[in-house]
Design a protein around this ligand. Structure first.
Ligand SMILES: Nc1ncnc2c1ncn2[C@@H]1O[C@H](COP(=O)(O)OP(=O)(O)OP(=O)(O)O)[C@@H](O)[C@H]1O
Length: 227
């Protein structure tokens, strides 16, 4: 089943001499449950691509369909709610709320939509994250790798159609990076979770289903990586 369909995406920043064509006619699709890595040099357009797919930025032209719904034909308010309910984000800088416990951070997206967290689901996610014994801790009492695992739990809790992860291991040492990668692979398997992840680290792409390379705004599908 096709979850994501990106068609002829262009993004141009600025005007005249300072114009930057960050994305040039990018098209690709993703099937449900696939874990896809986006690689490319600094400034090649990776974050611009993720931000356009996640509707954090607006493409200059082109279409993004999530589960058949055209993101940029929606009114802005509807798009904001659609994004919150259907896309989970994981950032390099974790972006947890310092005053909330691990468990409260994880259920936070549900509360924004006035949904009651299902305790069984919360317990299961904490278990998958390996954080059951840290549920009442504050982010400041956790290691970087543990904080990123909380951010992944927060992305998983709404059962989003798509998780977008921008350099999720960028702030982590190599051991924590491997742990976070293992967790993302596990989530993609266990929950059939579709994940699109940017990484600088080519070593981390060995366990994903597919690798996309962005070079100067142009996307190339490098195909499968996992054996
Ligand atoms: N808001 C902006 N205004 C103008 N130019 C921008 C803006 N955001 C990005 N760019 C330019 O668009 C191009 C692509 O940037 P982008 O951040 O998508 O690259 P990236 O591959 O994610 O880089 P990195 O790996 O360093 O994060 C770069 O040339 C960048 O300078």
């Amino acid at each position: 089943m096709e979850i994501l369909n990106v068609q002829n995406l262009h993004k141009t920043y600025g005007k005249g001499e300072s114009q930057v064509r960050a994305l040039k006619d990018v098209s690709f699709t993703m099937e449900k449950g696939t874990f896809c890595a986006v690689v490319g040099e600094s400034g090649s357009g990776k974050s611009t691509l993720l931000n356009c797919i996640g509707a954090l930025d607006t493409p200059t032209s082109g279409k993004v369909y999530l589960d058949g719904q055209d993101l940029f034909s929606m009114k802005e308010q509807k798009r904001t709610v659609f994004r919150r309910q259907n896309i989970g984000f994981v950032f390099q800088s974790f972006q947890l709320i310092a005053e909330l416990t691990v468990e409260q951070n994880i259920v936070f997206p549900l509360l924004l939509d006035y949904q009651k967290p299902e305790q069984k689901r919360v317990d299961e996610i904490l278990e998958v994250l390996g954080l059951s014994d840290r549920r009442h801790h504050l982010p400041g009492q956790l290691s970087g790798g543990q904080q990123q695992r909380v951010a992944i739990g927060r992305a998983l809790i709404t059962r989003p159609m798509l998780i977008l992860a921008d350099e999720p291991t960028g702030n982590l040492d190599s051991k924590s990076s491997r742990d976070v990668m293992e967790l993302l692979v596990k989530a993609s398997r266990l929950y059939q979770q579709t994940i699109l992840m940017i990484t600088h680290n080519i070593n981390l792409t060995s366990s994903v289903d597919r690798v996309l390379r962005v070079t100067d705004g142009i996307l190339t599908d490098l195909g499968g990586a996992r054996e």
